[in-house]
Design a protein around this ligand. Structure first.
Ligand code: F6P
Length: 361
C-alpha cells in the first residue's frame, strides 16, 4: 500500500446534479481505498450533510455498479454555508462553524467536493478556514473557468441534440417555427453546441443580446427560399437587446415577472413578427437526467483518480481541471466567483456564423 498524507477523507456532491457524479465518486474512492488504504466518508446532500453530520462510510462494495448510474448516490443540495450566518437554535453554531466542528468529529484529514461554481466558491472559502479541500468540476453548463470541459456537459449536449433532431421532423410536417429552450444558467455553451450539432437555424445565447427583428428576418428569408419551418434554439439565459440595457436588479425583477420562460416569449414575439405558427419545447431536467455518456464517464473518472492522488500527496486547495487534453490542478482561489462564458471570438461561434446560423444580432 502506498503512503498517504490522508487517512480519512469526506466526499460530497453539491449543486445541480449532473450525469457522471457517481463515476467521479467511484474513481476518487476506489483509487484512494485500493492504492492508499484510505477511508472514505460519504457526506449526504451536499454541504448540508456536513452541517447536520449526516454521513456514512463509503466502502468499495458501495461503489459497485454506480459507474453508469445517473444522479448522485450521496444526494445533493444548494446549501450556501457562508451565506447563512444565523446561529442554529439548538447548537448555537453557524453553518460554517458546524461544518468545521463536524469535519473534526468525523476525523477528516481532507474533503473532496464535486460541484459547480457556487460549490467551488464555498470550497475555496472553507480552504481559507483551514480545511483541506479538493474540488472536481461538475456541471452540465460547462461554465467553470480554467477547465476546458466539465463532466455532465456532454451528456446534456447529447440529450439536447437528440431532442432537436426529433423536433425537426414535426417542424417540417407542420411548417412551424419550433423553439427549443436549453439549460446552461448564465452561459450559452449548451445552447451553442446543441444548436450547431442539431442543425439550428437560430441560436440565442446570453452572450449575444438578440434583436427579435433580426431573427424574424432570418425566418422569413428561409420561408421565401422555400424552407417553411425554422429551428430556434434558445439558451435559458438569453436576453433581448432591451433587457441587456437593464441593470442586474431590474433584469432579475423583469424575469421574475415573466409568466413563462424565455423560450415562450421568443416564440410569441416571432409569431407576432412573422405571422408564422410557433411552438415551444423546454428541455429542462431531461438534460440533467439519466446515464452519463462514455465521454462523461471517462472525464469524471480521470478527475476522480487525479483527486485521489492529490489526497495522498497532500495537494489541497486545488480543482482538478482539463487543459489541452491533460488533467491538471488549478488553485481554487484562481476560479472563485467567476463564470466561463462564450467569448465573441469563440471558434464554434465563428463557425456557426460561417454556416449562416443567426445569433440574433
Ligand atoms: O447548473 C445546472 C442547472 O441545470 C442550470 O443549467 C439550471 O439553470 C439550474 O441548474 C437549475 O437549478 P435547479 O436544479 O435548482 O432548478
Amino acid at each position: 500500500m502506498k503512503g498517504s498524507a490522508v487517512k480519512t477523507f469526506g466526499i460530497l456532491t453539491s449543486g445541480g446534479d449532473a450525469p457522471g457524479l457517481n463515476a467521479a465518486i467511484r474513481a476518487v474512492c476506489r483509487t484512494a481505498i485500493l492504492q492508499y488504504g484510505m477511508k472514505a466518508i460519504g457526506i449526504h446532500n451536499g454541504y448540508r450533510g456536513l452541517v447536520k453530520l449526516d454521513a456514512a462510510e463509503l466502502t468499495a462494495a458501495d461503489l459497485r455498479g454506480v459507474l453508469a448510474q445517473g444522479g448522485t448516490i450521496l444526494g445533493t443540495s444548494r446549501e450556501k454555508p457562508f451565506k447563512n450566518t444565523e446561529a442554529d437554535e439548538e447548537t448555537g453554531l453557524t453553518q460554517v462553524e458546524a461544518i468545521k466542528e463536524n469535519y473534526r468529529k468525523l476525523g477528516l484529514d481532507a474533503l473532496v467536493v464535486l460541484g459547480g461554481n457556487g460549490t467551488n466558491t464555498t470550497a475555496g472559502q472553507l480552504s481559507r478556514e483551514g480545511l483541506n479541500v479538493i474540488a472536481l468540476p461538475k456541471t452540465i453548463d460547462n461554465d467553470i473557468v480554467k477547465t476546458d470541459m466539465t463532466f455532465g456537459f456532454h451528456t446534456a449536449l447529447t440529450v439536447a441534440t437528440e431532442a432537436i433532431d426529433r423536433i425537426h421532423t414535426t417542424a417540417h410536417s407542420h411548417s412551424r417555427i419550433m423553439v427549443i429552450e436549453t439549460m446552461g444558467h448564465k452561459a450559452g455553451w449548451l445552447g451553442l453546441y446543441s444548436g450547431v450539432a442539431g442543425g439550428g437555424d437560430v441560436i440565442l445565447v446570453p452572450e449575444i443580446p438578440y434583436d427579435i427583428n433580426s431573427i424574424a428576418r432570418k425566418v422569413l428569408k428561409r420561408r421565401d427560399e422555400g424552407c417553411k419551418f425554422s429551428i430556434v434554439v434558445v439558451a435559458e439565459g438569453a436576453k433581448s437587446i432591451e433587457e441587456a440595457k437593464l441593470d442586474r436588479k431590474a433584469f432579475k425583477k423583469a424575469r421574475k415577472e415573466m409568466q413563462n420562460s424565455i423560450g415562450y416569449r421568443v416564440a410569441h414575439e416571432l409569431e407576432e413578427a412573422t405571422g408564422l405558427e410557433s411552438r415551444v419545447t423546454v428541455l429542462g431536467y431531461l438534460q440533467r437526467g439519466g446515464t452519463p455518456v462514455p465521454y462523461d464517464r471517462i472525464l469524471a473518472t480521470q478527475f476522480g483518480v487525479e483527486a485521489a492522488h492529490y489526497l495522498a500527496e497532500g495537494k489541497f486547495g486545488y480543482l482538478t481541471a482539463l487543459q489541452n487534453n491533460r488533467i491538471v490542478g488549478v488553485p481554487l482561489f484562481d476560479i472563485a466567483g467567476q463564470t466561463k462564458v462564450i467569448p465573441q471570438d469563440n471558434q464554434m461561434l465563428l463557425s456557426g456564423r460561417e454556416l449562416g446560423i443567426c445569433f440574433g444580432d
